[in-house]
Write a protein that binds this ligand. Structure first.
Ligand code: UT7
Length: 333
């Protein structure tokens, strides 16, 4: 048999798209019984973006990011052979938002589908996409992480409405041109019993939409914050420690930690557990809140200029499901 070299997948471009409208803590003070002080000190969030406008959905966020990505990387839409969209706020129950994004950007040769792993969606989708590249069957794959959380948030519930925002980003994944770079390893885990603490009660097959479910406000995010907080710290910390260890890395040696932006206190706890100093932790939660599948690609885009080829980067996320995980990559450009 011919000696075939193993193909590794690498991110070769990243672009985010954020709606213009800024919902500040001050404005939230006029909507629910909360305060700028409470939101800052309990979550680290100062403002978040909201997608306004009739007929606008998650595909508009995704398509905005993909258009910018194609332009930036000099890629023609016809060259894309797979597009995966991580989201828990699809435009519709079906078809997949990935198909709608492909249509909007002219990716006529791409097949595509959605992945719903709530806040872990982007790393689940990136891991899945990497398998297509590693197997040699697909050469230009786009992974989108986008959510219009404002479509499922109850703006009379102060426990959830202060946390979430709208936004997303996209990465281009290609076979790595240089040995030793690109996606190296991933740990993905889930525990469905966590659904008790974080879910949307109605609108699925168990409880289809009815006048009663709408009146009972059951189409919004339900979250019991404390158990989610504890599980997020425990599971992200454990995933980060294990992925460091099995790749012979330490928190001190790591270049960047990019955590899902859920709560500043969660990010601090995860970083300190893994012995990773603050300057290495990518944090932009103050500007965008929790954009669910969007947080990690938005972070990659904002920090792109600061990354150097060969940087050791760990992505980590935790979300509804429960779902969580960590991914180790060596930045490829
Ligand atoms: O992204 C993936 C998954 N999600 C997460 O990772 C989120 C995890 N959880 C959290 O980030 C935090 O639990 C929250 C930010 C959601 C809540 O913070 P907390 O420190 O856990 O607060 P709490 O729920 O224990 O509530 C403490 C108090 C309560 O008042 P009482 O009962 O002590 O009088 C709440 O009613 O804070 C009250 N409270 C608020 N007060 C002002 C809750 N939300 C607000 C608010 N403004 N927005």
């Amino acid at each position: 048999m011919k000696n075939m070299q193993k193909i590794t997948a690498a991110i070769t471009g990243v672009q985010a798209w954020l709606p213009e409208y800024i919902l500040s803590n001050k404005e939230l003070e006029t909507m629910v019984d909360t305060s700028d002080e409470w939101i800052r000190s309990r979550t680290g969030i100062l403002e978040r973006r909201i997608l306004k406008g009739e007929g606008k959905g998650t595909s508009d966020i995704g398509a905005g990011a993909v258009k910018g990505l194609l332009e930036k990387t000099g890629t023609a839409p016809e060259e894309i052979d797979l597009l995966i969209c991580a989201t828990c706020t699809p435009d519709m129950q079906f078809p997949a938002t990935a198909n709608i994004i492909s249509d909007k950007v002219g990716a006529v040769n791409a097949f595509g589908y959605d992945i719903n792993a709530a806040c872990s969606g982007f790393i689940y989708a990136l891991t899945t996409a990497a398998k297509f590249v590693e197997s040699g069957t697909h050469k230009k794959v786009i992974v989108v992480g986008a959510d219009k959380m404002s479509s499922i948030i109850d703006y009379t519930d102060r426990r959830t409405c202060v946390i979430f925002g709208d936004g997303g980003g996209a990465v281009l994944l290609e076979p790595c041109q240089e040995e030793g770079l690109g996606i190296q390893d991933a740990i993905l885990e889930s525990d469905g019993s966590g659904r008790a603490y974080l879910h949307q009660k109605a609108g699925g097959s168990v409880k289809p939409a009815s006048a009663e479910t709408v009146a009972a406000r059951e189409h919004y995010v339900f979250q019991d914050g404390r158990p989610v907080f504890k599980a997020a710290v425990k599971n992200m910390s454990s995933a980060v420690s294990r992925i460091l260890k099995r790749n012979d890395l330490t928190g001190e040696a790591l270049t960047w930690l990019i955590p899902h932006q859920a709560n500043l206190r969660i990010l601090d706890a995860v970083a300190s557990h893994a012995n990773i100093s603050k300057e290495k932790v990518v944090i932009n939660i103050q500007k965008y809140g929790n954009t669910t599948s969007g947080t990690i690609p938005i972070c990659l885009w904002e920090w792109e200029d600061r990354f150097n080829k060969g940087d050791d980067i760990i992505l980590t996320a935790f979300g509804g499901g429960f779902t969580w995980g960590a991914m180790y990559l060596k930045w490829a450009y």
